[in-house]
Design a protein around this ligand. Sequence first.
Ligand code: HEC
Length: 107
Amino acid sequence: MNLRISGVGLSLLLAVAPASAQERELLLADGQQLFIDNGCFSCHTVGGSGNATGPDLSHVGARYDEDGLAGWLRNPARHKLLVHTQKFQHLTRGQVEQLAAYLSSLR
Ligand code: HEC
C-alpha cells in the first residue's frame, strides 16, 4: 500500500521535472539570444567569443547570483556606463529574467 502511494508520487515527480528543466533550457536560450541581439558581445567575451573591451563574462554567474543580476539589469540608474544604461532600459521584465538566467548560468 505504502509502496503504491510512493510509486504514484515518484511518477508525478518524473512527469514534472523534465518540463521545468525544459523551461529552464528555453529561458537560457532566450537569454543567450538577447545577449547576441543587444550587442553584448561587442564589448564582452563569453567562452572566447566576442570583444574584450569590457570584462570577460564567462564566469559572471559564479560571482553574482541570478536575483542580483536581474536587479542590476532592471535598474539602469545603477549603471555607471552610459552604454549599459542605453542597452538595458528597453528590456522588458521578462527579457531581464531571461538575460539574468543566461548570465547566471555562466560559471
Ligand atoms: C560598449 C561596451 C559594452 C557593451 C555594449 C556592453 N557592456 Fe557590459 N560592461 C562594459 C564595461 C567596460 C564593463 C565594466 C564596467 C565597470 O566595471 O564599471 C561592463 C560590465 C558588465 C557587467 C559586470 C561584470 C562584472 O564582472 O562586474 C555585466 C554583467 C555586463 N557588463 C553585462 C552586459 C550585457 C548583458 C550587455 C548587453 C546587453 C553589455 N554588458 C553590453 C562594456 C560594455
